[in-house]
Design a protein around this ligand. Structure first.
Ligand code: SF4
Length: 426
């Protein structure tokens, strides 16, 4: 593609949202990279657009997930506002081309526009493995993406669709020497043999559990079985991961609030997922009713509900908060408030301030405003110095405004916790 044409279009592209952007780039990339002009291939823009948009609600990362992990504490994750930035095992973010293989589906999930009920009312698109491999390699060689996130509806049979998805990856790797990252969606009910093959060519596998239990899933779909189609496949992936087949492990996603499930029910399942399925991450997607689906009149869930679940997830997974501690964050009805759960837990567990000169790492990271990085800095700093004023902590990256009520420095507490709560509530 000539530079002039590219520059003109770059301006347009920056004005677009992420998915539109990747679709546009993919469309343009049909002229790029994979060889000479004689190998230019046809790309149907509507197909690209529809199949990319079809993955919009498959978060596998939230644009908010890292930042909201704790707004007061800087995390190692830095979200790049591009197509789909998951994190590799080394903590680097990568930009992926997210797409469905087909938007036809034999399942009837009530929240999904790919549902079988709409097969007659929507234009059905499918890639061929060759076609999708060409688009992906063009984007990859053009340095627009670092990898591929491949999901799909189910055309006729989950094994047949998976076979085509696997073929796409094989073409990419074997014919085009693709060396990028691959997140491969395992389709509900697919056989072990196909999951095994996928684990040999993908970096990460995931299958969405969507709800915290079978009862809730049956409200959303009459065709998917929670235990047989989903949990059993997660177990297969776990076994393959144990055999070291899968560098970036397994993840899953829940739709938050499509049923009447409480946050506590969600989190109880999440803990099970981390413990029993050895998941690397759980992603949350606040329910957003889509036009034309049976749930179109169901209330949209506030984004803060998703944010607070991400924050609690970080406390459990990164800060090693115990199950007993995270339970403190829920109200009597089992929901989180729109308040920082770490602060909520601290308010109910701290009786008095903690001396940062003496506190262990575990005690430090339980103080609001102190994250893993600042806790390590405090521990290193105090090997040579005594902490005798709050400004020293500020220089170590502590959010001092949040931490102050929970600190005792030089034997003194600047403000008692109960006094601080009183001031805040006025
Ligand atoms: S299985 Fe996936 S693509 Fe098919 S209807 Fe359900 S959520 Fe949509």
């Amino acid at each position: 593609m000539c530079t002039k044409y590219l520059n003109k279009n770059i301006i347009k592209i920056f004005l677009m949202t992420s998915l539109e952007k990747i679709t546009h780039l993919a469309y343009q990339s049909k002229y790029d990279c994979i060889g000479d002009r004689s190998r230019v291939f046809d790309v149907d823009f509507s197909k690209l657009d529809t199949l990319s948009q079809g993955t919009k609600h498959d978060m596998c990362t939230s644009s908010l997930s890292a930042r909201v992990a704790n707004q007061n504490e800087v995390f190692e994750d830095e979200i790049r506002p591009v197509y789909y930035p998951p994190f590799t095992t080394t903590g680097c973010s990568v930009s992926l081309f997210k797409t469905l293989f087909t938007n036809y589906c034999t399942h009837d999930c009530k929240y999904c526009q790919n549902s079988t009920e709409y097969n007659g009312h929507k234009k059905i698109y499918s890639y061929t493995p060759e076609e999708l491999a060409k688009i992906t390699i063009s984007l990859y060689k053009g340095k627009y993406i670092d990898g591929l996130f491949l999901s799909s509806g189910i055309s006729s049979d989950e094994n047949i669709t998976t076979e085509k998805m696997i073929e796409t990856i094989k073409i990419l790797k074997e014919r085009y020497n693709f060396a990028g990252y691959i997140h491969f969606k395992v389709l509900p009910g697919v056989s072990y043999e196909y999951i095994k093959q996928a684990s040999e060519i993908a970096d990460r596998l995931s299958i969405n559990i969507e709800t915290p239990s079978n009862n809730y899933l049956s409200e959303l779909s009459s065709t998917k079985n929670y235990v047989k189609d989903i949990l059993k496949r997660q177990n297969y992936i776990k076994k393959l991961e144990l055999k070291k087949n899968l560098p970036s492990g397994q993840t899953t996603q829940l739709v938050v609030g499509a049923c009447r499930e409480s946050d506590f029910e969600i989190f109880k399942r999440v803990i099970k997922e981390y413990k029993e399925m050895m998941l690397k991450r759980v992603y949350y997607s606040a329910f957003n009713p889509l036009q034309g689906t049976p749930l179109e009149k169901t209330s949209e869930q506030p984004m803060w509900r998703e944010h607070r679940l991400y924050q609690l997830d970080w406390l459990y997974r990164i800060y090693n908060f115990s199950e007993k501690e995270v339970k403190i964050a829920f109200n009597e009805e089992g929901f989180l408030n729109n308040k920082d759960p770490k602060l909520q837990i601290a308010l109910k567990t701290f009786d008095s301030g903690i001396d940062p000169n003496e506190a262990s790492y575990d005690e430090l990271i339980r103080i609001p405003g102190i994250g893993p990085k600042s806790a390590y800095r405090i521990i290193n700093f105090r090997k040579r110095n005594n902490i005798f004023k709050r400004e020293q902590l500020l220089n170590l990256g502590v959010k001092i405004k949040n931490a102050t009520p929970f600190l005792k420095i030089n034997g003194a507490e600047y403000i008692k916790i109960d006094k601080w709560i009183e001031c805040k509530s006025q």
